[in-house]
Write a protein that binds this ligand. Structure first.
Ligand SMILES: Cc1cc2nc3c(=O)[nH]c(=O)nc-3n(C[C@H](O)[C@H](O)[C@H](O)COP(=O)(O)OP(=O)(O)OC[C@H]3O[C@@H](n4cnc5c(N)ncnc54)[C@H](O)[C@@H]3O)c2cc1C
Length: 471
């Protein structure tokens, strides 16, 4: 019980979990170089004695114990603000553990259908919170032919389903795809990918199971190769976390870990519980990255002597507009917070969805602007190894020179930042993740249009047009 430490975290991963990366089985993730950076980042979240981060990272539970703030259900604006600060200093494998907080917050709705499930949610939440465990968010199903319901797919396992129920628990089969941090957490927390209807009872399933449970198998993909140079890859050498296909081959789940097993009317409630928080996470990341784009572009243009050119100033100001719109969306989301019946304080969904949509929909064109300002060195700049090779250093210092007060090594670092962030493996990951994470652009359109006061807008148009009565 209680807060753990980085050594404990590393040791806890040596539990016989079945996981693969780059075509090979990984008997011990702590000894596999593909996971080094991701494990180091997650272990950092277990550092609780640093005065600089402790107040944000730790909170006191209702029972008076200390726990990681990722489990805190926000009940004040201060909580919300601390949660946002926490996002800036937390690895993805810890961030996804918010799934338990989101589930805990809807236990009242779950209890209306099945009190036992609600008790199970509360027990699992407290089990993870009090033992400082991490849990991922296994939501996205394989989904097969998107135009068909789960029951009409060629293979019924394309959506996670219940194979069998008995006195002790349920047996499940299926796969959840693209799961962030899957091999780095202690619990695989499964929720339906969408609402289900009558006849879809077997696909209405939610539970949490330890990562090393028999039948659980994870196939990972990472965007960053091991041992990258920090000069060549300033972001992805220090931050990465493989995503995984989490496969459930006839996995037994005891009843006390089941949150849903057949009551289709709860599938939508569970599926929706996390959406807002995922998009808040996406928006926070966009706020951070958009500012980084502005700074990087400005720095490079100053180094290259083009910062006074009018077309450059226009592009930089476009980046600034983008960054400021995102910053203001987040600020507005917090300022116009809402409160649930259970007392949870959450950011304004309209501001979150509009901000996340705007950020994701325009990220690609912001990347285009920075590429236009950067030129070909984004792709052809020699590596750190070349620069450190004495036979080449002099040549690079000569031909990469722009002006006296710009060190060539610094200029190379800025180009590498642009390459890593926008034009190499991590940059490609960003392009796709910005769109897909949190449910794709269509999902944000649905929430935004559902929340927008269209009738009020029509009334305004009627008044402006001088229409009284009728349409
Ligand atoms: C890096 C990364 C990390 C992720 N982490 C997680 C995670 O931790 N947990 C998790 O559960 N998921 C995670 N995801 C998955 C993410 O939520 C999904 O990628 C996203 O919801 C889109 O689903 P999909 O990939 O199946 O694409 P699809 O659903 O195939 O969407 C592709 C397109 O098809 C459209 N479409 C789909 N179905 C229909 C339909 N019935 N009718 C009309 N149009 C349709 C969509 O609107 C979209 O335009 C992650 C994804 C990425 C890229």
């Amino acid at each position: 019980m209680g807060l753990k430490n980085p050594e404990w975290y590393r040791e806890s991963l040596r539990d016989g979990r079945v996981t693969y990366i780059a075509g090979e089985s990984v008997p011990d993730v702590t000894k596999n170089e593909w996971f080094d950076v991701a494990i180091a980042n997650t272990a950092e979240d277990y550092v609780y004695d640093d005065p600089a981060t402790r107040d944000i990272r730790v909170y006191e539970t209702e029972e008076g114990e200390l726990a990681h703030r990722i489990f805190k259900v926000p009940t004040s604006v201060e909580d919300l603000e601390k949660r946002i600060q926490l996002s800036h200093m937390t690895s993805i494998s810890t961030a996804v553990s918010a799934v338990l907080m989101a589930l805990y917050n809807i236990k009242g709705q779950v209890a209306q259908v099945n009190g036992q499930y609600a008790e199970n949610i509360e027990r699992m939440y407290k089990h993870c919170r009090d033992n400082d465990l991490r849990a991922d968010q296994c939501i996205t199903d394989a989904k097969g032919d998107r135009s068909r319901h789960p029951k009409d797919q060629d293979d019924p396992d394309l959506y996670m389903r219940i194979l069998d129920k008995n006195a002790d628990g349920i047996v499940v089969r299926g796969a959840k795809l693209h799961i962030s941090g899957a091999s780095l957490v202690h619990e695989q927390t499964v929720m339906p990918t969408k609402a289900m209807g009558p006849g879809e009872e077997q696909w209405s399933v939610s539970f949490s199971i330890p990562t090393n449970a028999p039948g659980v198998k994870i196939i990972n993909r990472a965007y960053a190769h091991p041992n990258l140079s920090e000069m060549d890859y300033p972001i992805s050498a220090k931050h990465n976390a493989p995503e995984g296909f989490v496969v459930f081959d006839d996995v037994f789940v005891p009843w006390d870990r089941v949150f849903l097993a057949g009551e289709y009317q709860l599938a939508g409630v569970l599926a929706r519980s996390l959406g807002l928080w995922e998009r808040v996470g996406g928006l926070i990341a966009l706020v951070e990255r958009s500012r980084l784009l502005v700074g990087t572009a400005q720095l490079l243009c100053e180094m290259n002597g083009i910062n006074k050119a009018s077309h450059i100033q226009e592009k930089i100001s476009d980046l600034v507009f983008y960054a400021e719109m995102l910053r203001m969306s987040l600020e507005s989301a917090v300022r116009n917070y809402k409160v649930t019946e259970t007392g949870m304080v959450y950011p304004d969904p309209m501001a979150v969805n509009v901000g996340k949509f705007y950020g994701a929909n325009n990220w690609h064109s912001m990347v285009q602007k920075i590429h236009d300002m950067s030129g070909g060195l984004v792709l052809t700049l020699p590596t750190e190894a070349d620069y450190r090779n004495e036979e080449i250093t002099k040549t690079l210092n000569k031909y990469l020179h722009t002006k006296k007060d710009v060190r060539v090594e610094d200029r190379m670092r800025v180009y590498n930042l642009i390459r890593d962030l926008t034009a190499d493996a991590y940059g490609g990951w960003e392009l796709v993740t910005t769109i897909a994470a949190g449910g794709g652009l269509a999902a944000q359109r649905i929430v935004t249009m559902g929340g927008y006061d269209l009738e009020g807008a029509k009334d305004q148009a009627r008044m402006a047009a001088g229409i009284t009565g009728g349409h």
